[in-house]
Design a protein around this ligand. Structure first.
Ligand code: SF4
Length: 282
């Protein structure tokens, strides 16, 4: 699809990743979608945001990709689960958008982050976006659940300056309880591969009362992270309800309807567990 054909699409920048966006790519033929996934000539993006200070070091431009293989019970962006909910954006348009911020990102020591959804559901587009950003001399980060890390070559991973790994659980039974997928060996293997490649990582762990606030589980995640030797920081993300309306609007059964955010004491305990494993944690 040409840039001209996409010229009438809505602007890339959304109000925020919490904005509900659906069926932006529903009109595309299956063959176009398959070709886009195979080549990376086009990506499916929920939205762009600029000025983020929480998705990597410095001030970031963030592209939120569509499609995810997990169904995390605490997901605050379930509208990114399905590829066709994303807006089709040619690689050229996405790179041109990033180029607008090239100078500012360098001055502010920020960079470009690909988040989601799960960015590695669109591995060719992700790899080519990172290459383009590195050609501009921009710092790159990916926020990923790590499940499809194998889809990028070692060389492509070297274009990613920071991998922010959203670790859902350590034990398979807990992983299934949280994400619906019981096998997280792919995630653990990807982390070990990143360690061998000496790629810097951050770990993120969402603290949900009654679901993930399990000390033994957190301890195993923390000890695994520490064993890698490349994890610079661990972040405990307190669960919130900002995405609840999306579950309602999409008509998906939401099991955390009455779950409150964790107490400060509970967050402090989680941070302590990660620090006790030898990590810098907050
Ligand atoms: S991995 Fe992220 S985008 Fe996918 S379901 Fe979980 S929280 Fe949502």
């Amino acid at each position: 699809m040409s840039d001209q054909a996409l010229a009438s699409e809505p602007p890339l920048e959304g109000g925020s990743p919490y904005e509900l966006r659906t069926e932006q790519g529903k009109h595309l033929p299956e063959t176009t979608i398959r070709s886009a996934l195979a080549t990376g000539d086009m990506g499916f993006i929920h939205s762009f945001t600029t000025g983020s200070t929480v998705d990597g070091p410095g001030v970031r431009v963030v592209a939120w990709t569509a499609s995810c293989m997990f169904r995390c019970r605490f997901c605050h962006n379930p509208d990114t689960w399905i590829l066709s909910h994303g807006m089709p954006v040619t690689l050229k348009r996405a790179v041109d958008e990033l180029r607008k911020y090239e100078h500012g990102l360098k001055v502010m020591r920020g960079g470009f982050t690909l988040s989601g959804g799960e960015p590695f559901m669109q591995p060719r587009f992700a790899a080519r976006m990172f290459r383009a950003a590195k050609d501009m001399g921009i710092h790159t980060a990916v926020e990923t659940n790590g499940y499809y890390g194998e889809r990028l070559s070692d060389e492509e991973l070297m274009d990613i300056d920071l991998v922010i790994l959203d670790m859902k659980a350590f034990r398979a039974v807990q992983h299934e309880r949280v994400t619906g997928i019981d096998d997280n060996t792919r995630v653990l293997d990807f982390c070990r591969r990143l360690a061998e490649l000496e790629r810097p990582m951050w770990f993120r762990y969402v603290l949900v009362p009654g679901l993930t606030d399990i000390p033994e589980e957190m301890q195993q995640v923390a000890e695994f992270a520490a064993s890698l030797g490349v994890v610079e920081r661990a972040e405990i993300l307190p669960f919130h309800q900002m995405g609840r309306y999306k579950w309602h609007r999409l008509g998906i059964d939401y099991t955390l309807e009455n779950t409150e955010p964790p107490s400060q004491e509970s967050v402090d305990k989680a941070v302590f567990i990660f620090r006790a494993a030898g990590l810098v944690a907050d």
